[in-house]
Design a protein around this ligand. Structure first.
Ligand SMILES: [Fe+2]
Ligand SMILES: [Fe+2]
Length: 308
């Protein structure tokens, strides 16, 4: 996969290296160099003796599930560990995508200040990635297997500058603020809590800078079309509800029948929480100059939950 940069005639050409870079082998001296560069930022990493369960049943709404409550402690622990891994894996790829996003935005920047801004944000994202990675207790799945991350990689690779400002900085980093705040409030590991607080502080700045760039920029008709298409795909994924948690429960119970799955979605209050997420996205999208897009998506029913 290659990041593409837009030339003056609107054509896209591959310029940067691959988005899905592998990690270096543990013996590489580059690890120590990266660590030394990050020392000034005092990054927080995982302490000893962590079980891999970073969030309790309440975070996932599983405390309301009669099925979950009927399982023994080991089964509940396995489900919470896998749900925690899903969240960390997502954060890992989001932070990794942040490094790719800022690299592309630095090259696309039209002013010195904008290029400095994205270089500084790039350093934040590298520090977030360094910290989050230390909490993973197993290898993350390939990002192509994770629909949201695959979409995010596709957006970063193919979208033009102002589309990226709107979709990534204004909408997704704005969404990230609420998401990371929720993770922070319920997290049961003090070291990870400290990392989440750092990330949250930075994401406020990243989102805020996107709002400023959007207000001082101009969206072309092509970019508005690009934004509409992208948001339709993203909203579709949110509208289907907490499928990740349901999948984990299903795997640990050797499958669920139609009725049991329906009851689990209801116990998780899926309709209510999904509606809250879609409402938040609609609010984040409702920026001056973009209201026509929000209206068009509303007419298509994109802000309505579509649970299975
Ligand atoms: Fe970040
Ligand atoms: Fe960010």
């Amino acid at each position: 996969m290659r990041i593409r940069l837009e030339s003056e005639d609107g054509a896209l050409s591959p310029i940067l290296g691959p988005l899905d870079t592998p990690g270096l082998a543990p013996g590489s001296r580059l690890h120590a160099l990266v660590k030394n560069c990050l020392v000034r930022r005092n990054p927080i990493v995982k302490g000893a003796g962590v079980s891999g369960v970073y969030w309790p049943a309440e975070y996932f709404g599983l405390n309301h599930s009669s099925l979950f409550r009927s399982l023994n402690g080991d089964q509940q622990g396995a489900i919470l560990g896998q749900c925690s891994h899903q969240l960390l894996q997502e954060a890992y790829y989001v932070e990794k995508s942040g490094s790719q996003f800022t690299a592309k935005m630095s090259l696309l920047a039209g002013t010195t200040e904008e290029r400095m801004l994205f270089s500084l944000i790039a350093a934040d994202e590298a520090a977030h990635l360094y910290s989050v990675r230390s909490f993973l207790t197993q290898e993350p799945a390939a990002h192509q297997e994770l629909p949201f991350l695959k979409l995010l990689a596709d957006i970063i690779e193919n979208s033009s500058r102002m589309t990226l400002v709107f979709v990534v900085q204004v909408v997704l980093e704005g969404w990230g603020i609420t998401h990371y705040r929720g993770l922070l409030e319920r997290c049961c590991d003090p070291d990870l809590k400290a990392v989440l607080q750092e990330i949250l502080n930075d994401e406020y700045k990243h989102h805020g800078s996107g709002v400023v760039l959007l207000s001082e920029g101009q969206l072309s008709a092509r970019e508005k079309h690009e934004i509409t298409e992208t948001m339709v795909r993203f909203l579709e994924m949110v509208a289907v509800g907490p499928t990740g948690v349901v999948q984990v429960v299903e795997q640990n119970c050797q499958g669920l029948g139609t009725e049991a799955r329906k009851a689990l979605y209801e116990d998780l209050r899926s309709e209510e929480t999904t509606r809250e997420k879609l409402d938040l996205l609609k609010k984040l999208m409702a920026q001056p100059g973009v209201l026509d897009i929000v209206e068009a998506l509303d007419k298509k029913g994109c802000f309505e939950p579509r649970l299975n």
